[in-house]
Design a protein around this ligand. Sequence first.
Ligand code: SAH
Length: 204
Amino acid sequence: MVKTQIRSRGVKSQSVLSAMEQIPRHLFVPEKFTHLAYHDYPIPIGHDQTISQPYIVARMTELLAPDVGDQVLEIGTGTGYQAAVLATMGTKVISLERIPALAEGARENLQRARIQNVTVFVTDGTLGWEDMAPYDGIIITAATPAIPPPLMQQLADDGRLVAPVGTAQIQELIRLTKKFQGILTERFEGVRFVPLIGEYGWNT
Ligand code: SAH
């Protein structure tokens, strides 16, 4: 998977590649899809949600470029796989999920994969998690119409936020960096995610 889907498409970050080589992705997909765990597409995880295609996880993590020891906030825990990649890179992860059953499943997946340093909370992630702010990195793994203001407030100086921003049908990957002079915005390729639902997301 790492060689043919990720390295071959240009992801160079050694820490991303090695984290994804180590993590048993089959422990994060529903049992009936175990045989598809390392394939090149998203997989349904129940509740109308999906675990992202491996390449997209790699790409977003490379854009976030976390350092060892960083504290990272993830919005949209899903299966816990993205959180596992971040934690394996040496970060402390706070991950927020609105669907209680998915949060519980993610906690179990992370335990089975022996991943530490991930804390999952059930909440509307568009509000962030003020208690542990500020965050060196924030990653939104659901499509959002705009960046929820509380998340920008909870981002540390020099921190980066990576998110798919656009309509419910199609988005582009955006990276915002909070600089002393203001916010640097960079735009990357088009992607397709399930919607972020909450106060600063969609309300359906
Ligand atoms: N990162 C996940 C996949 C994310 S799928 C993984 O590695 O498996 C998108 C997830 O975002 C879904 O689980 C969905 O329930 C969740 N979500 C949508 N809106 C949310 C919100 N406002 N707060 C927290 N989670 C949300």
